[in-house]
Design a protein around this ligand. Structure first.
Ligand code: 13P
Length: 298
């Protein structure tokens, strides 16, 4: 069951009442951990990278992009659960077009920094090209703040603008801003239910909740009932990875143990393997919470 279109994965989630997780990776270890978590949990999944992994001062790092795309393609080819491979949060349409040629079967265009008409124009063009290649597109209306920013009501997704965007562009999924915040670790945010309900009534594609790290578990079922069928998760994965490294790498360890045993070894002491394993376990907990665990027929 290798690569599958995100739209198909989300359609199934909509039909059966759960959400699918996208877990943002930064290297081979984290990417593999996301896939293995889904396989162990018998869950569909979306794996991939954020655009910022490749962005440079001008343009992008072509060698890194090509290499990471090849690794992802190879991993997904051997996946035992329905898997989509995404390049997430890219505001440069040229980078998106390049990624579409390299094996990502899904791209996310973040045009939320543009005026609505420009966001629509760019997304429309991307969808046109993506459709020819059988690639899915996620768009965004409204801005999702980071934890450092002040919450501003102007950021929130306007339901009418969202309908217009989806209708005119033909995107397969829509990222929304309804109180969700990126990179929120020690706090939880509250959802603007009235706005979400209105968006759900008007928009006919699955909704995407970015900021999965700070999203309260107790509200997951409720937002799934209001049309959210994809959660994006990033920060918590880096946090558990770092915590595991710290736990297993004291100065005493460094003084006593041969570094060859700690990295890239078959030893139980390999700290990178332990850290990746902690990513995997965290993702499995999320898959349970989203209701997607066990949904793949064995
Ligand atoms: P967090 O880092 O807050 O989990 O958000 C990730 C995300 O939304 C990536 O698109």
């Amino acid at each position: 069951m290798p690569l599958m279109p995100m739209s198909q994965i989300l359609k199934e989630a909509e039909k059966r009442g759960y959400a699918v997780g996208y877990f943002e990776s930064w290297d081979y270890g984290s990417l593999e951990a996301s896939l293995r978590a889904a396989e162990e949990a018998w869950s569909p999944v979306i794996i991939g990278f954020g655009g910022r992994t490749f962005v440079q001062d001008s343009g992008w790092d072509e060698v890194k992009l090509t290499g990471f795309a090849a690794i992802g393609k190879e991993l997904v080819k051997n996946s035992t659960v329905p898997t989509a491979f995404i390049l997430n949060e890219v505001s440069d349409p040229e980078l998106i077009k390049r990624a579409m040629r390299l094996g990502f079967n899904c791209v996310m265009f973040d045009g939320s920094g543009l005026a609505l008409e420009d966001n629509i124009e760019s997304a429309k063009e991307i969808v046109k090209q993506a459709t020819k290649l059988g690639i899915d597109v996620e768009g965004q209306v409204g801005r999702i703040p980071s934890q450092k920013e002040r919450i501003n009501r102007d950021f929130l997704t306007d339901p009418e603008a969202a309908t217009c965007f989806v209708h005119q562009t033909g995107v397969n999924a829509l990222a929304i801003s309804v109180g969700n915040v990126h990179m929120l670790i020690h706090k939880e945010f509250s959802v603007d239910w009235h706005r979400l309900e209105k968006i759900d009534k008007l928009v006919n594609v699955p909704l995407v909740m970015h900021g999965g790290t700070g999203f309260p578990d107790k509200l997951i079922k409720k937002v799934i009932n209001k049309g959210v069928h994809k959660f994006n998760v990033g920060t918590i994965l880096k946090k558990v990875f770092l915590e595991e490294l710290r736990k297993n790498l004291t100065q005493k360890d460094l003084d006593r143990i041969n570094p060859q045993e700690l990295i890239d070894s078959t030893s139980e002491r390999d700290i990178l393997k332990k850290a990746c394993s902690s990513i995997k376990e965290t993702i499995k907990t999320k898959l349970e919470a989203y209701g997607s665990a066990g949904k793949v027929k064995m």
